[in-house]
Design a protein around this ligand. Structure first.
Ligand code: GUN
Ligand code: FE
Length: 439
């Protein structure tokens, strides 16, 4: 038997949107950074492995954030009384321009990287800014914390952007992106790269086409925004009369999924049936960002319709459209928005259940990274230990009920320990020095 270790506690994980597995006082076996199994009794063959007993605590898969903006973390919780396009001009672009200055970027990104490492998130897809050096710095800082596995994108913008945050030409933007790839590719163990056209309004057709070519050459994944806000969609219609939907503007450039092009599109609040069909056909992942969609008055995405069509779905915090890094909050926000949609817009689409929301924030989004977000055998050993003793209750609660409370009540204080591909990122209280560190 090769080396590994065992965590003991109340295990909870999704196998499908409808199915949550609970293993009270169970044993979670890690071998070579992967889950060997989640067992109610420890099989004989693992009896010699070191064991960390987390007692009555809950152990769940690490959470997955499919969409957030690192440079916007600095102003989270500020300027949440505008629609998207005004908010971008007023708050986002002036802040992102500051990342030209590496000193500022270091200060801001250090805070971001350490807060993300301390969160329950183990996987994230992150927008940086147009600035190559600051984007590489963000990647370095994330690598140093070793607190998440992340994909980071240098943003592309060559039109409809203020002079202080606009790349000179499509050509320059592509050159900088190619140089960024050359300087960053393969350099980090835990941080990868993702092509990141900001959104169609800020990218010319030659830039989009060039990024499409770069995607083919490099095989890098793609992330962007899609059909978030009604004024944005109208703007895209004016800018791209040759496209039959906003989604098609990415598709025409080869930036919308399909074979060899893993793609995440954030929001999709107002996607037409035609656009949905294209997203489904192309296997695009939708990052659902309910808190941002409420803050920026964008609307409520038809999550149930997407689920019934079997689309690839995960959750995004969209910091700083969303103000919290917590994917637990994103689960609650997705549920609450779907409740209101059902009540106010269309009662034929049932609201999300807790199980479904938990699935979206773990295995749903995790599948973008492969076998991630569950404790089924062969999955990456990404795990979070939750300690809810600070939230006492007089009545007995099942592990499922305790997990449900975590979605609503938890903050960083309940995050007791975190594991990433078998590596212990941190543990509060007494450190478990006996635990062998893998990798
Ligand atoms: N669309 C283009 N840029 C952005 C951004 O930074 N945040 C959000 N929410 N939507 C966008
Ligand atoms: Fe966003």
């Amino acid at each position: 038997m090769s080396e590994g270790y065992v965590l003991k506690g109340n295990l909870l994980y999704s196998t499908s949107p409808e199915q949550m597995v609970s293993v009270p006082n169970g044993f979670l076996v890690c071998q070579e950074g992967k889950v060997a199994g989640a067992f109610p009794a420890l099989p004989e063959c693992y009896k010699n492995l070191p064991l960390v007993d987390y007692g009555d605590r809950l152990i769940i898969p690490g959470l997955v954030d499919l969409h957030l903006h690192a440079p916007q973390y600095a102003f989270r919780g500020i300027g949440m009384d505008m629609e998207l396009l005004d908010w971008l001009e007023t708050h986002v672009f002036p802040e992102e321009a500051k990342y030209k200055d590496l000193e500022y970027a270091r200060k801001a990104y250090s805070i971001f990287a350490s807060d993300l490492a301390a969160s329950a998130t183990t996987r994230a897809c992150i927008f940086a800014t147009i600035h190559r050096p600051a984007t590489l710095l963000l990647m370095e800082l994330l690598e140093e914390t070793r607190g998440v596995k992340a994909l980071v994108g240098k943003v592309n913008m060559d039109r409809n952007s203020p002079a202080f945050l606009c790349e000179e030409s499509a050509q320059r933007s592509l050159e900088e992106t190619a140089l960024w790839i050359e300087q960053g590719r393969g350099r980090f163990q835990h941080v990868g790269m993702v092509l990141t056209p900001r959104f169609t309004p800020s990218c010319t057709a030659p830039l989009m086409k060039g990024l499409g070519r770069l995607q083919k050459e490099t095989g890098l994944p793609v992330q962007s925004h899609l059909s978030e806000n009604l004024s944005e969609i109208e703007w895209v219609r004016e800018l791209c009369p040759g496209a039959s939907s906003y989604g098609e503007t990415y598709y025409q450039a080869g930036l919308l999924g399909g074979e060899g092009c893993p793609t995440i599109m954030a929001h999709c609040v107002h996607s037409s049936e035609q656009e949905m069909a294209l997203l489904k056909k192309q296997g695009v992942y939708l990052a659902l960002c309910a808190q941002s969609n409420t803050n920026l008055r964008s609307g409520i995405a038809p999550v149930r319709a997407y689920m019934e069509q079997g689309m690839n779905l995960g959750l995004g915090t969209d910091v700083a459209g969303g103000s919290s890094l917590s994917i637990f909050h994103a689960m609650v926000d997705a549920m609450q928005s779907s409740n209101l949609r059902w009540r106010l817009v269309d009662d034929s689409w049932k609201p999300l259940t807790v199980k479904e929301a938990f699935y979206l924030g773990t295995k749903g989004g995790g599948s973008f990274f492969g076998k991630v977000g569950s404790f089924e055998g062969g999955y990456a050993f990404d795990a979070v230990v939750l300690d809810d003793t600070g939230l006492p209750h007089p009545q007995p609660l099942t592990p499922e009920e305790r997990l449900e409370r975590m979605l609503y009540l938890s903050d960083d204080r309940q995050i007791y320990a975190k594991y990433l591909e078998g590596y212990q990122v941190f543990q509060k209280g007494n450190r478990t020095d006996a635990l062998p560190q893998q990798n």
